[in-house]
Design a protein around this ligand. Structure first.
Ligand code: RP5
Length: 174
């Protein structure tokens, strides 16, 4: 996977995270965007540790051509919500398991937004990061036939994979 760790030109999806320690999780979003050929960037900022940088990043995103923001953070995770408050772009939140309460803190902080400022919140951890990217692809596919075709192929392949796994299901487990 190519590393795209700085602000890029012609970016459609901006993947942003609260710490470099979030990268192993948010990399799951990057893998999917790579697979679908969606141009993206990986950005690092923090709602608490770098509030001015976060506000600037969010306020400038739409002007740079970004269509969707995926924001992952752990602990008292305010990153996605703060970004959503500084941009009209759709923001998808990924809660990350980074503390002793295993991501429940981040889940509630990300999902419990006050009315008026939505954050589309995914599951905690890797599945959430993966689904955030697929959800972004689903939105982009509404106006992109090439992407819509890839998305339908991806969905069909998942169903075929389940059938293949059925054939391999044996008991007892050796
Ligand atoms: C959050 O705090 C980050 O998103 C990360 O999940 C968590 C811990 O950050 P580090 O202390 O590892 O930098 O803001």
């Amino acid at each position: 996977m190519k590393t795209k760790s700085t602000k890029q030109k012609n970016v459609v999806v901006s993947v942003v995270m609260g710490s470099d320690s979030d990268l192993p999780i948010m990399g799951e979003a990057a893998k999917i965007l790579d697979e679908f050929g969606v141009s993206f960037e990986l950005m690092l900022t923090s709602a608490h540790r770098a509030p001015a940088r976060t506000a600037k990043y969010a306020a400038e995103a739409q002007g740079r051509g970004v269509k969707v923001i995926i924001a992952g953070a752990g602990a008292a995770a305010h990153l996605a919500g703060v970004i959503a408050s500084h941009t009209p772009l759709p923001v998808i939140g990924v809660p990350i398991d980074a503390t002793s309460v295993k991501g429940m803190d981040a889940l509630l902080a990300t999902v419990q937004m006050p009315g008026g400022i939505p954050v589309a919140t995914m599951a905690i951890g890797k599945a959430g990061a993966k689904n955030a990217a697929i959800f972004a692809v689903r939105m982009l596919a509404l106006t992109d036939k090439r992407l819509a075709k890839k998305l339908n192929d991806y969905i069909a392949q998942m169903a075929r994979d389940v059938e293949k796994k059925q054939d391999k299901l044996v008991w007892p487990v050796s």
